[in-house]
Design a protein around this ligand. Structure first.
Ligand SMILES: NC(=O)c1ccc[n+]([C@@H]2O[C@H](COP(=O)([O-])OP(=O)(O)OC[C@H]3O[C@@H](n4cnc5c(N)ncnc54)[C@H](OP(=O)(O)O)[C@@H]3O)[C@@H](O)[C@H]2O)c1
Length: 332
């Protein structure tokens, strides 16, 4: 088992650690938080003892009791924290979206290669068996592939606070928030992994008073078809996502958290495609990240890194098309 340090003490970190330990991929050894009290609270909540705690990020990343750091902080902090981690020779699992823009991504790319460390983007859904089922279906029917509509629209647990006049990180341009850089990452990943990088990207967002996108629609243009994506954090949609193959359609109950995949054949008959779904959606990614590092599977690593790079570029292209600027862009 590899050793793990963590940055960010919200529920997603707990879920990642549970997956990492259940799958015997990583063992938590060190928790960083901005305050030691919060770090202690986090390990207490997880019923853990013997874990090192830090409130100084430099000392944390310089320590030698872990080789991989999982970063689940607000989006805009990913770049500086990952850069510091890489400089300290750590492998990095970076929550989605990896960075705020292409400039940051390419700096991490260069640095990680120079230091010989791994940088993974935690795009959990593409590692799940149910996504592989979709991927196999697309590969087997690629000749008739004729487009897709992908939807991931969920009312944010933080939207009520926003409406009440607060500014949660995810609705704040200072932290590279918004629907595109949160839920939008999932359908963009679906498209990039299943269909490759698009020829062009256009995003029509609904802008909130904080200046970020609360919801919107993205069009990805490919040589022979379009992919239409609906995203949002200000409402709930129950619309399925669909991939079209002429008269046949593949339906997924979600573009980001797929639980059910169904085929509609030429006679419009629906047949559910059997597949596996793990209780913890992060299980598969923890297994794969550890496997790649343990086996030094460069080919698999480069493929994942290339997906992350393409997704990062599509997100920036979408933002540019909509005139959405983050504070992170102004650093250039
Ligand atoms: N893969 C998934 O399914 C999934 C699900 C949810 C979120 N995510 C990703 O995980 C990341 C974190 O999301 P989140 O909703 O948990 O974010 P968040 O609640 O805003 O912040 C996460 C953690 O970062 C630290 N933090 C918060 N504000 C900070 C600030 N102003 N300066 C420095 N540190 C700060 C806090 O840890 P301390 O107080 O301990 O320092 C906090 O627990 C995002 O990139 C998000 O996209 C992924």
């Amino acid at each position: 088992m590899r050793s793990l340090g963590i940055i960010g003490t919200n529920w997603i970190t707990q879920q990642f650690i549970e997956a990492a330990e259940e799958t015997e991929s990583f063992k938590l050894t060190h928790v960083y938080s901005r305050t030691e009290e919060k770090a202690q609270e986090f390990v207490d909540k997880m019923n853990k003892s013997g874990i090192n705690l830090s409130d100084d990020i430099n000392k944390f990343l310089a320590s030698d009791d872990f080789d991989t750091v999982y970063i689940a902080s607000p989006n805009a902090l990913h770049f500086a924290q990952a850069r510091l981690a890489i400089e300290n020779g750590k492998n990095v699992v970076l929550e989605k979206p990896s960075t705020s823009n292409v400039r940051e991504f390419s700096i991490l790319d260069t640095l990680a290669h120079a230091k010989g460390v791994y940088v993974f983007e935690a795009a959990r859904q593409i590692h799940e068996p149910i996504f592989k089922t979709v991927q196999n279906y697309v590969d087997n029917n690629r000749d008739s592939l004729s487009g897709a509509t992908l939807s991931y629209v969920k009312y944010s647990s933080r939207y009520d606070a926003f409406l009440a006049g607060n500014l949660p990180n995810i609705f704040n341009p200072k932290f590279s928030g918004g629907a595109l850089y949160d839920l939008g990452v999932y359908p963009v990943y679906d498209a990039v992994v299943l269909f490759g990088a698009p020829n062009s990207v256009d995003y029509e967002p609904e802008i909130l008073s904080s200046g970020i996108d609360g919801s919107g629609s993205i069009t990805l243009k490919y040589d022979k078809f379009d992919v239409n994506i609906l995203i949002g954090k200000t409402k709930n949609s129950y619309m399925p996502s669909e991939i079209y193959f002429g008269k046949k359609t593949l339906l997924m109950d979600s573009a980001g958290d797929i639980n059910r995949v169904t085929e509609a054949n030429e006679e419009k008959k629906l047949t559910e495609i059997p597949t596996n779904k793990s209780d913890n959606p992060m299980d598969s990614e923890t297994i794969e990240f550890a496997r790649i590092m343990n086996e030094k599977d460069t080919k698999a690593y480069e493929k994942l890194f290339d997906y992350a790079k393409k997704v990062n570029r599509v997100l920036e292209q979408a933002r540019t098309s909509a005139g959405l600027v983050f504070e992170a862009d102004k650093e250039e």
